[in-house]
Design a protein around this ligand. Structure first.
Ligand SMILES: [Zn+2]
Length: 223
């Protein structure tokens, strides 16, 4: 578990010790979400969540609950946990320093290729947020150590984000995400730098955990 308790907001990346997916066992998921809320000292916390579709779609949440299909949520509201579920994809939490706006992204290679980060920063800018005042938090994901991809990726991403080892190609999602954030003017970036495939402490889709997910979430504190 990684938790960042800031004055204006809180970021949490859970690990493979609790399954937070609603798909496999609803009862277990409800129990596990209760544990997360207790950990945050927010027993009555409401969640905002999506049907994740590997797109670049960002939804503006004005209240908690189901936000429809998409892969990113942004909000100006306090006390709503913006949630994505992941198992190898890269979760990114974003926060303006005063907590004016926050966001959460589910970034597999498809959303990254489709410009989900660009789309999100643009939307935040339209809400009056300066990119230089945004802090980004990168959670656990498939690392370049393990994330083998096809040669096709050379047609999708610049070659400096693809590593070649023993005739195989590996995509560096973190490096690409950090490069994109920096290019857009985000200066503060925290990276837990953990690989979900080889760390042994996280759910990994590639390793066969089809219905298990860890969560990334961000909550704006009530001030
Ligand atoms: Zn690895």
């Amino acid at each position: 578990m990684h938790i960042y308790r800031e004055k204006n907001y809180t970021v949490l990346f859970t690990d493979g010790s609790i399954n937070l997916s609603w798909k496999a066992n609803l009862g277990e998921a409800k129990k596990n979400w209760k544990t997360v809320k207790q950990l945050l000292n927010k027993e009555h916390l409401n969640l905002a969540y999506l049907t994740q579709i590997h797109s670049s779609k960002i939804v503006l949440a004005t209240k908690a609950g189901y936000q429809g299909p998409g892969d990113g949520i942004i909000t100006e509201e306090a006390e709503i946990a913006l949630v994505v579920l992941v198992a190898d994809c890269l979760p990114i939490a974003l926060a303006e320093e005063t907590g004016a706006a926050i966001g959460i992204l589910h970034c597999g290679w498809k959303p990254l290729a489709k410009g989900i980060i660009e789309n999100c920063i643009e939307k935040l800018e339209k809400m009056g947020v300066e990119p230089g005042k945004i802090t980004a938090y990168l959670g656990p994901c498939a690392g370049v150590c393990c994330y083998e991809v096809t040669r096709e990726f050379y047609n999708i991403f610049p070659e400096n984000f693809i590593e070649q080892r023993e005739g195989k190609c590996f995509f560096d999602m973190r490096k690409f995400a950090k490069h994109t954030l920096t290019k857009l003017g985000v200066r503060k970036i925290y990276d837990v730098n953990i690989c979900t495939i080889c760390s042994g402490e996280y759910f990994s889709y590639r390793k066969g955990e089809i219905f298990s997910r860890q969560s990334a979430l961000i909550i704006k504190n009530k001030i």
